[in-house]
Design a protein around this ligand. Structure first.
Ligand SMILES: Nc1nc2c(ncn2[C@@H]2O[C@H](COP(=O)(O)OP(=O)(O)OP(=O)(O)O)[C@@H](O)[C@H]2O)c(=O)[nH]1
Ligand SMILES: [Mg+2]
Length: 391
């Protein structure tokens, strides 16, 4: 046995095989290390290249080749010019048309009770309650409206017109309790985050809002933070192209919070007026998806501390009372400042709007009565009641 290591090495030097035994593993290790270093460098370069391509494509959309002013405001597409030329009467016509089925249910049902005049007593009020309930107004709000009728008209024998007046006034007062001014900044960028469950009409509403804000002369940008569905990004881009509004996007699967942050940065850098952020449809009972919303909120706040100024939940009127549950669930995880009710056309459940306003005291900001941009308009309680009960 050799006790001196130097002696061993000296001896090893005289035997080439022993050198190989010592240096072999060292060389292999060095080779592996080299391969790893090269691999990491190549991957890093690839990632940087991908990122640059994404940034460039986002910039390409965000920075049109024609002057921004022109691209954003003064090149009105059909949507924008239609909105600009839409007068009040045209809108009221669309609203009336959209509310046909709910009006048939509510006004049709109640006016039938009063076809030859009727006394306002418990029996009549119960029948009215039944009609309101079936139009998805909700139990509590139906109670409230019926109690309003009782205190306005109890004991009187009246015709439909009187009942209509009382119902309108009571419902309008419910809407006015929910009215809150828009939290727009005094100057600088106004950021709206749009949330809601799958398929309620978020992306379409955002497209319509882009047209509406553009028609008002605002410089708008959209942000595709629904990275869940590839089609969602394209869908938003179509609306952007249609209305000459830039869209900030990344790839499918990207972190929605990061996309939202990019959106805020880009809109700030370009000195725009409005940024509307689309998000993926999420089920209100899926915790992790709901938690993602607070991440998105934080990320927007990092870009602009007071943003998002408004968070609007979009609900689909055809889902009736389920829409109430959605507003409740979203309000528990994020500060909902406004409600957009879509698809009032094609449903008899439009009465849900009154119930939602009553229950949450959150303003109804917009309503949608069709798929075109001109089918969305700011909510007015009195117009809605005229459309609902007939004038
Ligand atoms: N009839 C009618 N259809 C509408 C209205 N608003 C939206 N839609 C339609 O509803 C469908 C779904 O709309 P989207 O905007 O894709 O819904 P979304 O909430 O973004 O859906 P996800 O991204 O999948 O969660 C589309 O076919 C729209 O055209 C409306 O007011 N009336
Ligand atoms: Mg969508």
């Amino acid at each position: 046995m050799q006790s001196d290591p130097f002696e061993y090495l000296q001896n090893a030097g005289s035997h080439p095989n022993t050198w190989l035994l010592v240096l072999g593993p060292v060389l292999v290790l060095a080779l592996i290390l080299l391969v790893v270093i090269i691999y990491v460098r190549v991957e890093r370069r690839k990632a940087t290249r991908n990122l640059l391509t994404e940034i460039k494509s986002a910039e390409a959309v965000a920075q049109p080749s024609v002057p921004e002013e022109k691209k954003l405001v003064s090149l009105p597409a059909d949507d924008i010019s239609e909105i600009k030329s839409q007068d009040r009467e045209t809108w009221l016509g669309r609203l009336r048309g959209g509310l046909t089925r709910t009006r048939d249910a509510v006004a049709g049902g109640i006016s039938g009770i009063f076809s030859s005049g009727a006394r306002i007593d418990d029996d009549t009020l119960e029948k009215i309650h039944e009609v309101l309930y079936r139009a998805d107004v909700g139990v509590k709000t139906s109670d409230r409206l019926v109690e309003g009728l009782r205190s306005d008209l109890a004991g009187q024998t009246v015709e439909w017109t009187k009942v209509k007046e009382s119902l309108s006034r009571r419902a309008e007062s419910i809407f006015s309790e929910a009215i809150k001014p828009l939290n727009t900044p005094e100057q600088g960028l106004f950021v709206v985050l749009v949330v809601g469950v799958n398929g309620v009409g978020k992306t379409t509403t955002i497209g319509k809002l882009a047209a509406r804000f553009s028609a008002e002369g605002k410089k708008v940008m959209l942000c595709a933070a629904d990275t869940f569905r590839a089609a969602a990004i394209e869908q938003l881009m179509v609306w952007g192209e249609r209305n000459n509004v830039p869209v900030i996007k990344q790839h499918q699967g990207a972190d929605p919070a990061a996309v939202a942050f990019d959106g805020v940065q880009a809109a700030k850098a370009r000195g725009l007026d409005v940024l509307i952020i689309d998000t993926a449809g999420r089920l209100h009972n899926k915790n992790e998806l709901m938690a993602e919303l607070s991440k998105i909120n934080k990320s927007i706040g990092k870009g602009l501390p007071e943003a998002p100024h408004e968070t609007w939940i979009v609900v689909d009127a055809t889902t009736g009372q389920n829409a109430v549950q959605q507003v409740k669930a979203f309000s528990e995880v994020t500060k909902v400042t406004g409600i957009v009710v879509t698809k009032l056309d094609g449903t008899a459940k439009g009465g849900v709007i009154i119930g939602i306003a009553d229950q949450f005291k959150i303003p109804i900001r917009y309503i949608g009565v069709g798929e075109k941009a001109a089918d969305l308009r700011a909510f007015e309680g009195s117009d809605f009641m005229r459309g609902l009960l007939g004038t």
